[in-house]
Design a protein around this ligand. Structure first.
Ligand SMILES: Nc1ncnc2c1ncn2[C@@H]1O[C@H](COP(=O)(O)OP(=O)(O)OP(=O)(O)O)[C@@H](O)[C@H]1O
Ligand SMILES: [Mg+2]
Length: 349
């Protein structure tokens, strides 16, 4: 029961003995250090983090020698080749036996994670507000547009001159074009019809649809983890979301290039303040022109486009659909390497 409790904590917990060898770590600590208990048990504190992280070691030794608990803030720790982690540290001596310290409990609270979550939340809420504004605008346009088209049709019936009918036909065609746009601006309006499904069914469908649209010089590769668990999702909505991302990748490639669809399992992931034990991660990678750094933060807003003939709605719709699945889309890009990563939580049946 205690192990279960410890393994479900968000805080990384490590226990060192008095020689400062690692004797215990919980699951969050394994995630933070990106190594398993088996690999880490018995490792000395001085080998756990790089020598530049001496503040941690100093705190640990000081706590052992004085027996006083220590709290330190915003320490940067490097373990192995992992990116550095910023943490708040609390060290508590325990097992005072004949006045000697037996063990030290270390609690590490990643702070970049918290900052990342609040930044993400802020961005998501701004994008959501922009989406609501665009929806509101679309609603206002939709009704008069219907009236306009109806009137043009009636007028068309009254006209006998073919020359004049050309004008009414232009009004009708343009009204239809605008209706399509307005419908896309309104975004997904159906409540998802969720069923258990394998994400590879969705990806394979998208691959098949896109391969039929593009020239053979554009390769669609897959790199799937076949052991992925099923997720609860609306197949059509997920196809739509991923199709929008893959079509963007095709447009970024131009004449030729490669798009890779990759899937992996993710453990202990936080999305919008909810923590999930398991999630499925799908990456859509392309070796196209890439996204300019000043565009990267804007592309999920509705009506933001970098293409002359784009409407800027594809990614906004994809994000609305993935949000309906409690998931998240992230993007990173440099020249010849753009990755859109969709993380979808695995919810227990
Ligand atoms: N894989 C990618 N590589 C390079 N740029 C991309 C990629 N994906 C998206 N973008 C950029 O993000 C912009 C926004 O994409 P989004 O799908 O929302 O709109 P769009 O493609 O311009 O128009 P729409 O999808 O509505 O037809 C694109 O115009 C493009 O500049
Ligand atoms: Mg698009």
């Amino acid at each position: 029961m205690f192990k279960r409790l410890l393994d479900n904590l968000n805080t990384a917990v490590l226990v060192f003995d008095e020689q400062l060898y690692l004797r215990y770590l919980n699951t969050s600590a394994e995630v933070l250090l990106a190594e398993s208990t088996r690999q880490l048990l018995g490792v000395s504190a001085k080998n756990l983090f790089k020598s530049s992280d001496s503040a941690f070691l100093t705190n640990l030794s000081h706590c052992r020698d004085t027996g006083s608990p220590i709290i330190d803030y915003a320490l940067e720790l490097h373990h192995g080749d992992n990116p550095s982690a910023f943490v708040n540290v609390s060290i508590t001596p325990i097992g005072v036996n004949n006045e000697s310290i037996n063990e030290l409990i270390v609690e590490l609270q990643p702070i970049d994670n918290r900052m990342r979550i609040s930044q993400e939340e802020q961005l998501l809420s701004q994008q959501n507000t922009a989406r609501l504004m665009v929806r509101g605008l679309a609603h206002e346009i939709k009704n008069p547009l219907g009236g306009l088209r109806g009137a043009a049709q009636l007028l068309d019936l009254e006209l006998s001159s073919a020359e004049l009918k050309e004008y009414t036909q232009i009004i009708i065609d343009e009204a239809d074009r605008l209706t399509d746009l307005v419908n896309r601006m309104l975004g997904p309006n159906e409540v998802p019809n969720k069923q258990f499904l394998n994400i590879h069914e969705v990806l394979e469908r998208v691959r098949w649809l896109v391969q039929a649209e593009v020239s053979p010089t554009i390769r669609l590769r897959c790199d799937y983890d076949p052991s992925l668990p099923e997720i609860l999702g609306d197949k059509n909505q997920l196809i739509q979301a991923i199709l929008n991302i893959v079509r963007n990748a095709v447009q970024a490639l131009g004449e030729k290039g490669t798009i890779t669809l990759k899937t992996r399992i993710c453990r202990h992931i936080t999305i919008e303040r909810r923590r999930y034990k398991l999630a499925v991660r799908c990456e859509i990678m392309d070796d196209g022109i890439g996204i300019a750094p000043d565009m990267l933060n804007k592309i999920f807003y509705p009506m933001v486009t970098g293409r002359a003939d784009g409407t800027g709605l594809g990614l906004s719709i994809a994000q609305a659909l993935i949000t309906q699945h409690q998931g998240v889309i992230e993007c990173s890009s440099k020249k010849n390497h753009t990755v859109f990563a969709i993380t979808l939580p695995v919810l227990s049946p």
